[in-house]
Ligand binder design. Structure first.
Ligand SMILES: Nc1nc2c(c(=O)[nH]1)N[C@H]1C(S)=C(S)[C@@H](COP(=O)(O)OP(=O)(O)OC[C@H]3O[C@@H](n4cnc5c(=O)[nH]c(N)nc54)[C@H](O)[C@@H]3O)O[C@H]1N2
Ligand SMILES: Nc1nc2c(c(=O)[nH]1)N[C@H]1C(S)=C(S)[C@@H](COP(=O)(O)OP(=O)(O)OC[C@H]3O[C@@H](n4cnc5c(=O)[nH]c(N)nc54)[C@H](O)[C@@H]3O)O[C@H]1N2
Ligand code: SF4
Ligand SMILES: [Mo]
Length: 746
């Protein structure tokens, strides 16, 4: 098979113009810019938006300065995602617009004097190259051999393009690298997912149990606000985390669990609730299926049994079970969000779902509410062509309960293998930096190397752009219209994003890119509109609003129509499961050949001299997307390595010293990372924030700052139920000296 050798190209040249960056400093975040502003600027016209710095998508207002340029973004008072307050990242989002390192022009990979470089191109040239390649792939292999990876708002338009082209392969890292196991587990149990924003009724809860969910560092705005509200009202917080997280510091009970053993704790909690008779008997009797099997199943899993595995004292297990039962049904055992940890994640989340059912919290005030969203029709278009293949066809029946396309599955399908008749030949990658996002970088690069076409649509010269054949610069969220944000919430709520200013440089919005590309490919009948305003106005009018109205209000709430926010005691409910009940014993899992009741499995522990690599979020950064943001790097320019003082002593480390890391497979970190001594991390683990250690030189602030957790994650534990990539079974050791070049792997 012919493969294109795809060297990483450093994006160069192209730097046109002198973007005046009137104070793209942390001023916006600290609010000190407010003092410098003239009254006339305060009256400047506000335009509505929703934030793209993370996927919570808070609605906000953009205000311009006297020069007509962007001054600040603030939260929208009527939006339940943010209640008028953005998080520091959202406030600092203006930095995405002002960043001088942004992608400025379309780029096409060409060979000059035996060297691959990017040539600055016009949009029509770039579309022609992509159109030609896509036509060739469709003719030679079939349109299902092109896949779209997408994360973020523009995915709607590109997804439409791909379906019109004839491919079902549309995937996002938010499934198999994030919340997929949670959704599959809750569907199996309740016939419904947890969704985003999560349907957790935190503001009214009496007891919130966080299992590795580090709210407070994980800054998903509405949830963090509701958690402080709940604390103010006297709610009990129980945090299960091997690390003393911010949430742990706010907790009545912190259970510093041995990593990778949560299943044992969950089973022991069930054992206590059932054996002590502390579960919600009426709710369980009325709504659930399989209680007797569950009771027999958890009988051996006593707190004493779990103690040996988790290092959590039996008394602490009983006391916390009691706390939950006392609060029931206003109790939430939070399912978490990034849950792809150890490969048995769907089963762990099944245990979480079952525990909530025993506590009667699903559909109850202070537990999980019934969210509602309105249905907005698509702009009319001809039916999509029928696709010959589904992504599951190529995976030999593996991951049969996956409810979405799995990104790592697309990588597998792209990498040539004699056992597979269908290979993917082209990728369009929109708004996801796969090099930092997918674990096992070697596998990602192998797949990329086998591609005939890689198109990347991004705002920044991130690592993934360096492997592209064509790079398309999208304008930032502050410069464009996007699909209507339509969230499931306590009440249905819509939010509009519109451009506050014209796109800088030669960047364009995603909807325009999709429409032009569609036209280039002869698919114009799928884009029967002049511009996005026409689409949005038509859609909004179908639900009793209009673009005109939304431009003024930004956010619109609707009345609930279908059911109540909580279950009514007097009513019978039918759940969307095989038995119509909440399935403690999952008939769906059993039919698919998986354990119908969750089992404890032992996971690997670090070998001598190695530490488990633990990772998480910083409150002021989002993944790798903010690592170059001028406002946010001002607050936190690099990540550091949390090391227990006991480990530090053993290695004779100095606080603040830079070290390199080497993982269990001999992979050495490209960059060094600063050591931080802290009792907040266990002696068997080290911790770092995800999203740093960038190797793309054009990221002038981020390049070489801190280390990349992803680079160290080469051991992936794939969840057999739905294909999620467990990433927490990687172990690192410390290198005190800069490794010689040969030892550095990439
Ligand atoms: N090692 C490791 N891997 C992880 C995680 C982890 O904690 N550790 N977390 C996992 C989780 S939970 C998730 S959800 C995923 C997140 O995965 P991603 O969403 O891929 O995360 P980012 O690194 O932020 O990459 C976003 C990319 O979109 C670009 N971008 C930003 N705004 C726009 C825009 O408006 N338009 C376009 N076209 N591009 C834009 C950014 O420049 C960047 O290249 O990562 C997963 N992978
Ligand atoms: N500021 C900010 N907020 C964000 C994001 C961001 O990039 N920045 N990303 C958003 C996204 S997409 C997601 S998915 C969420 C992710 O955020 P969450 O779902 O809250 O968290 P995780 O990344 O799974 O978990 C990190 C926590 O798990 C703990 N942990 C590690 N191993 C174990 C273990 O074996 N058992 C237990 N019990 N705990 C363990 C770590 O110490 C850490 O405190 O954050 C969201 N919020
Ligand atoms: S939580 Fe913060 S970064 Fe995420 S959408 Fe809201 S304001 Fe933006
Ligand atoms: Mo995520």
């Amino acid at each position: 098979m012919k493969t294109t050798r795809r060297n990483f190209i450093k994006i160069s040249g192209a730097a046109l113009g002198t973007a005046t960056l009137a104070g793209a400093t942390f001023d916006w975040v600290s609010g000190s810019a407010l003092n410098k502003v003239s009254p006339s600027a305060l009256q400047a016209i506000r335009t509505p938006t929703y934030c793209e710095v993370c996927f919570w998508k808070c609605a906000g207002w953009v205000t311009k300065n006297d020069d007509g340029d962007i001054w600040k973004v603030e939260g929208h008072n009527d939006d339940p995602h943010c209640n008028g307050r953005l998080c520091p990242r959202g406030t600092g989002g203006v930095g995405m617009y002002y960043d001088k390192d942004r992608l400025k022009h379309p780029l096409i990979r060409v060979e000059e004097n035996g060297k691959q470089i990017f040539r600055k191109a016009t949009w029509p040239e770039a579309f022609r190259v992509i159109g030609d390649k896509m036509r060739t792939i469709a003719e030679k292999h079939g349109p299902e051999c092109v896949a779209l990876f997408t994360h973020g708002s523009g995915g709607k338009f590109l997804g439409h393009l791909l379906k019109a082209y004839g491919s079902p392969h549309i995937t996002a890292p938010s499934f198999a690298q994030c919340r997929g196991p949670r959704e599959v587990a809750f569907y199996a149990t309740y016939g419904e997912g947890v969704l985003s924003p999560e349907r957790t009724d935190i503001r009214d809860t009496k007891c919130l149990v966080l299992i590795g969910s580090h709210l407070g560092e994980n800054m998903h705005n509405g949830q963090v606000q509701e958690m402080s509200q709940a604390i103010d009202k006297g709610a009990t917080i129980i945090t299960v985390d091997p690390r003393f997280s911010t949430a742990a510091s706010k907790s009545k009970h912190w259970l510093p669990i041995k990593p990778a053993t949560d299943m044992a704790l969950l089973l022991a909690w069930m054992n206590v609730l059932i054996s002590e008779g502390w579960y919600d008997k009426e709710y369980v009797e009325k709504n659930t299926y399989g209680f007797d099997q569950l009771k027999a199943h958890v009988q051996p899993f006593t707190p004493e049994w779990a103690y040996g595995i988790t290092t959590i004292e039996p008394k602490a297990i009983r006391d916390t079970a009691r706390e939950m039962a006392n609060a029931s049904p206003a109790v939430i055992v939070h399912p978490g969000r990034h849950v792809t940890w150890y490969g048995d994640d769907t089963q762990r989340l099944r245990a979480v779902a079952i525990l909530n059912a025993l506590l009667g919290s699903w559909g109850r005030r202070g537990g999980f509410y019934n969210p509602e969203r309105i249905s907005i029709p698509d702009f009319p278009h001809p039916p999509y062509p029928k696709s010959k293949k589904s992504y599951l066809d190529a995976l030999d029946g593996k991951y049969s309960l996956a409810t979405e396309v799995i990104s790592n599955g697309i990588c597998e399908m792209t990498t040539p293998s004699p056992e597979r008749d269908c290979n993917i030949k082209g990728w369009i990658v929109n708004g996801t930096n796969l090099i930092h996002t997918l674990p096992d970088q070697e596998a990602t690069l192998k797949a990329i190397e086998a591609l005939e076409m890689l198109v990347v649509i991004d705002t920044m010269p991130m690592e993934i752009t360096g492997y592209a054949d064509v790079v398309l610069p999208e304008c930032t969220y502050l410069e464009r219209y996007d699909a209507i944000r339509n969230s499931p919430h306590r009440e249905p709520v819509l939010s509009l994003r519109m451009p506050a200013v014209k796109p800088k440089y030669n960047s364009k919005p995603g909807w325009w890119i999709a429409k032009q590309l569609g036209t280039e490919m002869g698919l114009e009948k799928y884009f029967p509109y002049k511009n996005i305003e026409e689409v949005l106005d038509w859609q909004l009018k179908q639900v009793g609003s209009s673009l005109e109205e939304m431009k003024k209000t930004g956010v619109k709430k609707f009345k609930r129509e279908y059911d109540d926010l909580y279950f009514a005691d007097s009513q019978e409910y039918e759940f969307n499961t095989n038995t119509g009940k909440i399935e403690l014993y999952s008939t769906e899992m059993a039919a698919a050949g998986f354990d119908p009741l969750p089992q404890y499995t032992e996971h690997e522990q670090p070998p001598a001299g190695f530490y488990r690599l633990n990772y998480g979020r910083s409150p002021v950064h989002t993944f790798s997307r903010t690592a170059n943001n001028p406002n946010l790097t001002d607050i936190m320019p690099e990540n550091d390595l949390w090391v227990n003082p006991r480990v530090a002593k053993q290695w004779e480390l100095k606080n603040g010293q830079y070290v390199w890391l080497k993982n269990q497979d001999g992979i050495v970190s490209d960059f060094s990372i600063k050591v931080r001594f802290t009792e907040r991390i266990r002696w068997d683990s080290v911790y770092m924030v995800h999203g740093f250690g960038h190797g793309a030189k054009k990221l002038t602030r981020a390049f070489g700052k801190g280390a990349s957790d992803t680079q160290m994650i080469s051991n992936v534990k794939v969840d057999p139920v739905m294909g999620g990539t467990g990433m927490r079974s990687n172990f690192v050791t410390i290198l005190l000296e800069k490794p010689n070049e040969k030892e550095v792997t990439s």
